[in-house]
Design a binder for this molecule. Structure first.
Ligand code: PMV
Length: 312
C-alpha cells in the first residue's frame, strides 16, 4: 500500500494596515486556508532531491549550491541547519495552488510547507516559532526587510493582529465576514512599493508620519468592528484605509476603479490589499451583495475573484 506524506501551509490576505505595519503600526491579516502550498515527501532511499512541480522554479533544485539565489534551496538549507541534520534520503516535491506575486503569500506558504516536510522527513521537531523565523529570513531574500506579517499569519494559520517584533495576538470575528479578493491582473512588486514609501518617508516625514499614524488608528477601529460584527463600520474603515494608502502613493487607477465599482455594486467597503500599485483589492460584502459585486468587478476587468469567509 502506498500513501502520501504531505505537509502544507495556507495563503494569506492582509485586511488592514499594510505598509504602515513596516513602521511599527498594527496590521490585521487572515489565512486563506482554501488555497494552499504543499510539500510531498517521497521516500526514495536516494540522495535528497528538492523538486518544484508547478511554481516558477527550475527543477530539481540543488541545495548544495550556495551560489544559487533560490528561495526553496535556501529554506531547505536553513531548516537542515536549524535541525542540525543531514539531508534525508527522500524527494520533496513542492507545489502550490496560490497565485504567484499577487499578495497572497505564495512564497512564504511554499517555504513553510517545505520546512515542515524537512522536519517530518528527518524526524525533527520544528516549532512554529522556529519555522516562522526561518520563513521570515527567506522572505527577506526577495523582499528586503519585510515586517513579518505574511510569514506569521501563514505559519500560525490564525487571524493575527500583528505589530512588528511584538508577541503574536490573534483576533476573532463576531459575525461571518465575507470578502471578495479581486485581482487587477497587474503584477506589482511589493519590494518596489515598500521602497517608494520608504523614500517618501525619509524625504518628507512630516507628510507621511500622520498618514501612518492614521492607518494605525484605522486598524484598531477595524479590529473593534470585526470583534463586534459591525460590518458597515468595517466597510467605511476599509475605504478610509484605502484613501490613506493612496496618499502614500501605493494605489493605482485600476485599484481605485475596483474600489469604486465594489461600493457602487453594494459592498460595505473596499480597499487595496498588500503592496498595492496592482495586485489585489478586497471588498467587504455579505451573502446578498456578493454576486452583484463579483459580476461588477469582473465587468471592470478583474482577472480572478476569490471569495472567502472569516468564520467566528
Ligand atoms: O504584498 P504583500 O501582500 O506581500 O504585502 C506586503 C505587506 C507590506 O506591508 C506592504 C510589506 C510588509 O513587509 O509588511
Amino acid at each position: 500500500m502506498s500513501f502520501k506524506l504531505l505537509t502544507s501551509a495556507p495563503a494569506k490576505i492582509i485586511l488592514f494596515g499594510e505598509h504602515a505595519v513596516v513602521y511599527g503600526q498594527p496590521a490585521l491579516a487572515v489565512p486563506v486556508s482554501q488555497l494552499r502550498a504543499q510539500a510531498e515527501i517521497i521516500p526514495t532511499g536516494q540522495p535528497f532531491r528538492l523538486v518544484a512541480s508547478d511554481i516558477d522554479e527550475t527543477l530539481p533544485i540543488n541545495i548544495d549550491d550556495e551560489l544559487v539565489d533560490n528561495a526553496l534551496a535556501h529554506m531547505a538549507r536553513l531548516t537542515l541547519q536549524t535541525l542540525k541534520v543531514a539531508p534525508p534520503n527522500v524527494s520533496i516535491v513542492v507545489s502550490s495552488q496560490i497565485p504567484l506575486a499577487s499578495g497572497l503569500g505564495s512564497g512564504a506558504a511554499v517555504s513553510a510547507a517545505l520546512g515542515r516536510a524537512i522536519a517530518f522527513a528527518t524526524n525533527g521537531t520544528l516549532s512554529n516559532e522556529q519555522l516562522n523565523r526561518l520563513v521570515y529570513e527567506v522572505e527577506g531574500l526577495h523582499h528586503g526587510t519585510p515586517s513579518g506579517v505574511d510569514n506569521t499569519v501563514i505559519v500560525y494559520e490564525r487571524p493575527v493582529y500583528f505589530i512588528r517584533e511584538q508577541t503574536l495576538e490573534t483576533f476573532s470575528v463576531a459575525e461571518p465576514v465575507h470578502l471578495l479578493i479581486a485581482d487587477t491582473g497587474k503584477a506589482a512588486l511589493t519590494k518596489v512599493s515598500v521602497g517608494d514609501v520608504r523614500r517618501l518617508h525619509e524625504t518628507d516625514p512630516a507628510f507621511t508620519q500622520p498618514l501612518l499614524d492614521a492607518i494605525g488608528r484605522v486598524v484598531q477601529q477595524a479590529r473593534t468592528a470585526l470583534e463586534s460584527g459591525d460590518l458597515p463600520r468595517l466597510g467605511a474603515l476599509a475605504l478610509e484605509n484605502h484613501h490613506l494608502l493612496g496618499q502614500l502613493t501605493v494605489s493605482s487607477p485600476e485599484l481605485d476603479t475596483f474600489v469604486q465599482t465594489a461600493i457602487n455594486a453594494g459592498a460595505y467597503g473596499a480597499k487595496l490589499s498588500g503592496g498595492g500599485r496592482g495586485g489585489n483589492m478586497i471588498a467587504f460584502v455579505n451573502e446578498q451583495t456578493a454576486p452583484q459585486v463579483e459580476s461588477a468587478l469582473y465587468a471592470a476587468g478583474a482577472t480572478r475573484i476569490i471569495p472567502i469567509t472569516i468564520e467566528p
